[in-house]
Design a protein around this ligand. Structure first.
Ligand code: SF4
Length: 301
């Protein structure tokens, strides 16, 4: 293991590379990363770094977002088959048809979407700024893609908007049911419940706090509570325990594992640095239009 890490660090230096890892990556990958965070924070970090090469340990749409923002840098996804099933639930073609059905509606895409879908959207959002982004738009009608659960959460917070939902969902968060939560609460009656808005409404309704991975980590660190049930992907537990070693964290359900996020290993990172694969390439017209929807989001924050 140490030999692999040494070789990764040697190649990093040789190629002037940085390694970034999403909060859902396996512990070993998080431990060697220059930054661990949510997808957009990682993309912003990459844009501000002087590195020539970015090794993005996450899923495909995340590495694409880094490339959209840093077109001159080489962006590498160590595992080419690490995709996001939710992002794949909307295509640019299907979205174009939906736009024809709802002329005049604004299109908001969750960052968990392809560069092509971002290019077809008016503005992008993350799970932490989604409500503010939708609220900033003058249109009442909003096509929201692809996460139906996040879209429903926004609709509840903003009853003056007409949110046109898409039938997409995260396979990991959506499979958690109310009974899983009730069982976890029964086992840990003193713990408070922190969940991601990609969960079903029946779960969100039971939560003490709803937020993005970063918001959940920050909430746990600053809260007076000592025990927490965590309703998002299990990879977050590593950072939660590191940031708040005196507190107890219980995963809401053992099923909260994203198989795609677990594909990247130290071996795959080493291989990607040795072979400079899998490089993310984007059509320049798509990249420029996708960039506009990300920039517009930044102007709201
Ligand atoms: S946790 Fe869900 S939304 Fe995130 S990458 Fe996995 S499938 Fe996609």
């Amino acid at each position: 293991m140490n030999d692999i890490i040494k070789e990764i660090n040697r190649l990093k230096k040789e190629k002037n590379a940085v390694i970034v890892a999403h909060n859902y990556q396996i512990d070993e990958v998080q431990d060697i990363a220059d930054l661990v965070g949510d997808s957009f924070a990682l993309s912003k970090f990459c844009a501000n770094s002087n590195a020539d090469v970015i090794v993005f340990c996450g899923v495909h749409f995340m590495a694409e977002s880094a490339k959209i923002i840093s077109p001159k840098k080489t962006v590498i996804l160590p595992e080419k088959h690490a995709g996001c099933p939710m992002a794949d639930m909307v295509t640019a073609e299907a979205l174009k048809k939906k736009k024809v059905e709802h002329p005049g509606a604004a299109v908001v895409c969750y960052i968990n979407s392809s560069a092509e879908v971002k290019a077809e959207s008016d503005i992008c959002c993350t799970s932490s700024n989604a409500v503010n982004v939708v609220n900033s738009l003058e249109q009442k009608d909003i096509i929201f893609v692809p996460d139906e659960n996040l879209g429903s959460y926004i609709a509840e917070k903003l009853p003056h908007k007409n949110i046109i939902l898409w039938n997409g969902y995260c396979i990991t968060h959506h499979k958690i049911k109310k009974d899983d939560v009730l069982l976890a609460k029964e086992k840990h009656p003193e713990a408070i419940l922190l969940v991601h808005p990609e969960c079903r409404k029946e779960i969100v309704d039971l939560a003490n706090f709803v937020g993005s991975t970063k918001q959940i980590i920050d909430y746990a660190a600053t809260s007076d509570a000592k025990e927490f049930i965590i309703g998002t992907e299990m990879g977050i537990m590593h950072k939660l325990k590191m940031e708040s070693p005196d507190k107890k964290f219980y995963l809401m359900s053992p099923g909260l594992i994203c198989p795609n996020m677990k594909k990247t290993t130290l071996d795959s990172i080493l291989h990607s640095l040795q072979t400079m694969t899998e490089k993310i390439e984007l059509d320049e017209d798509v990249r420029i239009r996708a960039r506009k929807s990300l920039d517009r989001m930044l102007s709201v924050e």
